[in-house]
Design a binder for this molecule. Sequence first.
Ligand SMILES: Nc1nc2c(ncn2[C@@H]2O[C@H](COP(=O)(O)OP(=O)(O)OP(=O)(O)O)[C@@H](O)[C@H]2O)c(=O)[nH]1
Ligand SMILES: [Mg+2]
Length: 316
Amino acid sequence: MSVRSQSSEPSAAPHRAGFACFVGRPNAGKSTLTNALVGQKVAITANQPQTTRHTVRGIVHRPDAQLILVDTPGLHKPRTLLGERLNDIVRTTWAEVDVIGFCLPANEKLGPGDRFIAKELASIKKTPKIAIVTKTDLVDSKTLAEQLIAIDQLGKELGFEWAEIVPVSAVKDTQVDLLADLLVPLLPEGPALYPEGDLTDEPEQIMIAELIREAALEGVRDELPHSIAVVVEEMLPREDRPADKPLLDIHAFVYIERPSQKGIIIGPKGKRLKEVGIKSRKQIEALLGTPVFLDLHVKVAKDWQRDPRQLRKLGF
Ligand SMILES: Nc1nc2c(ncn2[C@@H]2O[C@H](COP(=O)(O)OP(=O)(O)OP(=O)(O)O)[C@@H](O)[C@H]2O)c(=O)[nH]1
Ligand SMILES: [Mg+2]
């Protein structure tokens, strides 16, 4: 029998702080889940594979813990140098975090891509792994139950136990808080690592470029989403503006890989590019809290996904 102290105060749980990464196939819902946990958009999302191209940190502040989420690009069979770089980022990340959250969509049966990732995870023995079944709002309870069993089985086949298997819906905000509750005890004890109120450590310039890319991704298909890259070249407060009416000039380039893609991005009479500008400008203004003049230019960076020099220029 354990001896309890007489104090009526329950001994306070130690403060914890650490890193959890979300990994999984492209389009599994990692970035949407990151945003749901943080309570604000820190990572862009799209209904297309390979939307995320760098690690995005989202910070969850709680009285008992600081949970730093590291959203990663979807792990996939690479077809380009960019794809290889993205996969490298994922592998470096999962080797460094305190806990790994493996995201598997509820509405897709486990496939070779998931098994491939799970196998690699199995070799990272020291790090606890939580299986997260995403998009549960898209399936009925029977399908969900089958998925949970399949995931449990997958762990057993590979010779490890999931620390937890948690079904969530980021879109319907179902069990998102529970997921945080399960991740926190797996973090090391320690003080907060980021200042209170910081929700991400993404530089503003990168977030802006990402918001433009997100708007540009909407409605494009096939290979085009992969071909788009956005770089913010310059951000300058407009001169001669009264102090109470500032305007920020933002100049950005939307890169594509081939001249033939230009027409699609720009659209008839520039209509499409204009829409991308309007949509992303609203989000940028909300992010910065200041009116913005957004100047977008489309440029060709020939076959940039395969060209080391171009990749470097674009920040990969
Ligand atoms: N219905 C539903 N859709 C979701 C949910 N979570 C994500 N999605 C959708 O799934 C698609 C992919 O979501 P993302 O969060 O961009 O996926 P990701 O895993 O970050 O994708 P990559 O960055 O390409 O690896 C988007 O269209 C999301 O709106 C969810 O809980 N329910
Ligand atoms: Mg993503």
